[in-house]
Design a protein around this ligand. Structure first.
Ligand SMILES: C[S@@+](CC[C@H](N)C(=O)[O-])C[C@H]1O[C@@H](n2cnc3c(N)ncnc32)[C@H](O)[C@@H]1O
Length: 188
């Protein structure tokens, strides 16, 4: 199947995804959609947050991390990490909160042992599809959770057909209206 090339000024996709650090543009173009997705995910998860210590994998500019934090004043702390240094710097400035620590980190590399049995919840919105070695990451997620801890994540699929189908529909007159706001800066 032909896979459309996608270019936005914060992400490029030919074979896999490559993210270009542009957290301000991400805030304008992607955050509104990611907040809708995250809201839907969190509704499904029905988490209680009492004294929770949370890890957010692939936080980009921290907007969604901040939204997660806003779900409960009972959350104790969120560690939010992303592979892109400039996004972490932006998050530290624009989404600064004493309850959040932002870290530049490649989650597909080995995690510090100090994270073992540390988290009540591990959360990730639309990041795991970018990680080739998901098994290694998921094993580390498991080790990082406290007994009874929970992992809630969206978008594991690396199935090319799914992206292709969405992007193809976005380009068609009949369906375009349903993707309003999602097509900005998107060329295929
Ligand atoms: C589509 S964005 C989602 C950002 C945020 N969770 C949200 O909902 O807006 C995916 C993020 O995953 C990050 N990412 C991809 N691979 C990663 C890795 N190996 N380690 C850490 N972050 C990664 C990217 O840099 C990007 O910021």
């Amino acid at each position: 199947m032909d896979v459309p090339k996608v270019f936005t000024e914060y992400a490029v996709r030919e074979e896999g995804w490559e993210f270009i650090p542009n957290p301000a543009l991400y805030a304008e173009v992607a955050t509104p959609i990611q907040k809708v997705n995250t809201d839907a995910l969190l509704k499904e998860l029905c988490w209680s947050y009492l004294d929770d210590v949370i890890l957010d994998i692939g936080c980009n500019n921290g907007d969604v991390t901040n939204m997660l934090l806003s779900k409960s004043d009972q959350i104790q702390h969120i560690t939010a990490c992303d592979i892109l240094g400039p996004c972490i710097e932006y998050a530290k400035k624009e989404n600064d909160n004493p309850k959040v620590t932002y870290l530049e980190m490649d989650v597909s590399k080995e995690w510090t042992t100090s994270w073992e049995n540390k988290y009540d919840k591990v959360f990730s919105n639309e990041c795991l599809n970018m990680i080739l070695d998901q098994e290694t990451v998921l094993k580390q997620v498991f080790k990082s959770l406290k007994p009874g801890g929970e992992f809630g994540a969206s978008y594991f699929l690396q199935v090319e057909g799914l992206q292709t189908a969405i992007l193809t529909l976005m380009g068609k007159d009949k369906w375009r209206k349903y993707f309003q706001g999602a097509t900005k800066d998107l060329r295929s």
